[in-house]
Design a protein around this ligand. Structure first.
Ligand SMILES: [Zn+2]
Length: 143
């Protein structure tokens, strides 16, 4: 049993949610993607950090982004022995450049590998977990 009374054992797929990252996960559960933006140099970054990785300022705030980006690169995972990921193979582990600047590790879903192209437009979607949602991306239609 977990601390919150759940009877399910924690899974390696569960995000590690703490006081700092809670706003990010709450937004994701509502279908919104957040990044952090620096008030000093104005650059956005991801994954979320408590200070700016470019200028070290602590003047950093959450910002909702469009969820649009382009596919930077990807790799198709055919084998993963860590449950529950083995049930998901093959899946597309990807790196996406968000329209607002940050580059993020993610997964592309709902698309055959043969249809993936570097620079393809992608849009965020959210995979429901147990009590949370994880941002993933789909190849975007014509804009
Ligand atoms: Zn900065």
């Amino acid at each position: 049993m977990t601390a919150d009374g759940a009877t399910r054992a924690p899974s390696p797929a569960d995000p590690d949610i703490d006081a700092f990252t809670r706003p990010y996960w709450q937004a994701a559960a509502e279908g919104r993607l957040l990044v952090r933006r620096c008030g000093a140099c104005l650059r956005a970054h991801h994954y979320p950090r408590e200070f700016c990785p470019y200028c070290w300022s602590e003047d950093v705030e959450w910002e909702e982004v469009s969820g649009r980006g382009t596919l930077y690169t990807w790799s198709v995972v055919h084998r993963n022995d860590l449950p529950p990921f083995g049930e998901r193979v093959p899946y597309v582990a990807a790196v996406v450049d968000l329209e607002e600047g940050p580059r993020m590790m993610t997964e592309v879903v709902g698309c055959a590998e043969s249809e993936l192209r570097i620079g393809a437009g992608v849009e965020v979607a959210f995979r429901e977990g147990e009590g949370y949602a994880v941002p993933v991306f789909r190849v975007a239609g014509e804009r």
